[in-house]
Design a protein around this ligand. Structure first.
Ligand code: 3HC
Length: 297
């Protein structure tokens, strides 16, 4: 089946990034959220990113940038967002009950051929698909932040998914210029299963005073070739997200290996959420610089 129209549900960091990546690949996109203010913020961010990273650098012409923005229609009406979609990508918060409600609802609004994908980073896609009457058309499409830049999409295969759904999802990812990797529906899939361990150990090193966050980051950038060190990456992702995601994996596996490091819980309790509020392993200053934060000292 050919995908032409894409609906993205949720206009947060991942949702608006996926919407932008889809529009840049030529798809008509409807971007849904519950409040107009969220959509206004998201479309403002998309316009700013296209200008900063593509038009200003001469990678695309201004009119191409305008055409990409023009392919994204924002709406607070769920039915109109999905009723003509060939592919829906859900990127709402990581709450299983919320996701099941949304999937059951859109199952009733979408045409029979529509593929329903979740961008969940940790929750079982099989359980989300179970809220619909089209399990064979449900799949996981897990993008990475920033979605426009990162080349990987994990294509999660829940139990019961049809081969043609997987094939259509793989073709969609490739049209976005991404490299898809298929994964079974296991907690954390590949990347977050591994990143969870990295986040844990990075926090443990800081907590026990073996090295500072800056030294941990420097070590992993220079010694292991990571583009961001684990503390910078944790700040980038957000401690609330890391804690929720880690708990979701742990609740499924009950493996001590997957337990969230206490430092992340303490930082969330202290209102330090990472880059999003300027307070994480680092304090982010208004002039764009950052300094290592005093945490448990
Ligand atoms: N949109 C488009 N392009 C962007 C962009 C954006 N939002 N952000 C950065 N870029 C482009 C820049 O324009 C630049 O392009 P150029 O090389 O052609 O000039 C290039 O990316 C590099 O950007 P910068 O020079 O500004 O900064 P960096 O070199 O530090 O790169 C980064 C930024 C791409 C974010 C890089 O630091 C990186 O790859 N970090 C790791 C990110 C990562 O690991 N993400 C995964 C997190 S886990 C996750 O997502 C799981 C999920 O479940 C949430």
């Amino acid at each position: 089946m050919e995908i032409k129209n894409v609906a993205v549900l949720g206009s947060g960091t991942m949702g608006h990034g996926i919407a932008q990546a889809s529009a840049m690949a030529g798809y008509n996109v409807k971007l849904y959220d519950i409040a107009q203010a969220m959509l206004d913020k998201a479309t403002g961010t998309i316009k700013g990113n296209i200008e900063k990273h593509f038009v200003a650098k001469g990678k695309i012409k201004p009119e191409e940038g305008a055409a990409i923005v023009g392919r994204i229609a924002a709406t607070t009406n769920l039915k109109s967002a999905v009723e003509d979609a060939d592919l829906v990508i859900e990127a709402i918060p990581e709450n299983m009950e919320m996701k099941k409600i949304v999937f059951a609802e859109i199952d009733g609004f979408c045409p029979a051929h529509t593929i329903l994908a979740s961008n969940t980073s940790v929750l079982p896609v099989t359980a989300i698909a179970g809220a619909t009457n089209r399990k064979e058309k449900c799949i996981g499409l897990h993008f990475f932040n920033p979605a426009v830049v990162m080349k990987l999409v994990e294509v999660i295969k829940p139990i019961g998914v049809a081969d043609e759904t997987v094939d259509a999802a793989l073709a969609f990812c490739k049209k976005l210029g991404k490299t898809p990797v298929t994964v079974k529906d296991v907690p954390g899939f590949i990347v977050n299963r591994l990143l969870g361990l990295l986040y844990h150990e990075a926090a443990q090193i800081v907590l026990e005073g073996t090295a500072t966050a800056e030294e941990v980051d420097l070590a992993m950038k220079l010694g292991a070739g990571h583009p961001m060190g684990p503390c910078e990456l944790a700040d980038f992702g957000g401690f609330d997200i890391i804690t929720n995601a880690g708990d979701a994996v742990y609740n499924y596996t009950h493996n001590a290996r997957d337990a969230v490091n206490i430092l992340y819980r303490k930082m969330v309790e202290a209102g330090r959420l990472g880059r999003k509020n300027g307070k994480g392993f680092y304090d982010y200053n208004s002039d764009g610089t950052k300094t290592v934060a005093k945490l448990f000292d």
